[in-house]
Design a protein around this ligand. Structure first.
Ligand code: BTN
Length: 263
């Protein structure tokens, strides 16, 4: 029997949401909530399902990185959505914007986005999303897997000390994961279920992108590009102008970005 209690108990019954989080599956520990959500999706689960865990033993980030978090400190969750084919590429934007709006409510520190979907405070990463898609008999689906550093103490993780922060670090005190999760589900539901919010999604999201106007380096596999991030297109692909003036449209799934060395 689990010795931990489910901090998110009862959130599924709150009526501030119509889709996201109407069913919540919590576990004390799992390999990856994205993998659990995919199993549910393939078995035909309804959209809005949330899988959340207090610990992941094989938490994954983009570009095959690992996602670090200690037991019970942070929010590690995956949301199953079944958007139209047209909206599928916008799911990373839904995740990033929902997290940024949520964090606004819990800290006075300005929250920004680094393309494609790092959420940042004080130039450090506070959240990231790994959005994976697939299809089953019930059609296309997207799994929005998000880690939010709520009470992480980066000082105990030497590998991420210089790149990560948390709400606790920003505020100097522990923050309730339940309250942050409640707001996250509500923000995500509001964006995803509203035609109005989906219509302004790309502009609302890109308004927070610190990447625009910066010289950046982009890597995918062994390839490398340097250029000016000029903007995003209508699905959130990054428009990068290289030294020869050619504009490249970059998909979030393929590349990793870093600020260019100013020298
Ligand atoms: C990134 O910034 O590279 C994305 C990190 C995504 C981490 C979350 S934690 C919940 C979900 N389960 C996973 O294995 N990964 C995502």
């Amino acid at each position: 029997m689990s010795e931990r209690f489910n901090e998110y108990e009862g959130l599924e019954s709150l009526d501030d949401r119509s889709v996201v989080g109407r069913r919540i599956v919590w576990s004390e520990s799992t390999e990856s909530t994205n993998d659990d959500a995919r199993l549910e999706a393939d078995a035909g689960a309804s959209e809005g399902l949330v899988v959340v865990a207090d610990l992941q033993t094989k938490g994954r980030g983009r570009m095959s990185r690992t996602w670090t978090s200690m037991m019970g400190r942070d929010i590690l969750f995956s949301v199953l959505l079944r958007p139209s084919a047209a909206d599928l590429p916008k799911m990373p934007l839904v995740a990033g914007l929902a997290v940024a709006r949520t964090l606004d409510a819990f800290t006075d520190t300005p929250i920004s986005l680094k393309w494609p979907n790092d959420v940042r405070a004080n130039n450090l990463k506070i959240s990231g999303s790994l959005v994976e898609s697939g299809s089953s008999d019930a059609g296309y689906y997207a799994i929005l897997g998000t880690g939010v550093n709520v009470n992480l103490d980066a000082a105990v993780h030497p590998d991420i000390l210089e790149i990560a922060t948390s709400l606790r670090t920003l505020n100097g005190a522990d923050v309730s994961r339940r309250e942050v999760m409640r707001r996250l589900l509500s923000e995500m539901d509001q964006i995803y279920t509203s035609t109005e919010h989906m219509a302004t999604l790309v502009s609302d999201w890109s308004a927070r992108l610190e990447t625009i106007g910066q010289e950046i380096d982009v890597r995918w596999g062994d390839d490398f590009l340097h250029g000016l991030a000029e903007g995003v297109d209508d699905t959130g692909r990054l428009l990068l102008r290289d030294r020869d003036g050619e504009v490249h449209r970059l998909e979030a799934g393929e590349v990793t970005t870093v600020l260019a060395d100013p020298s």
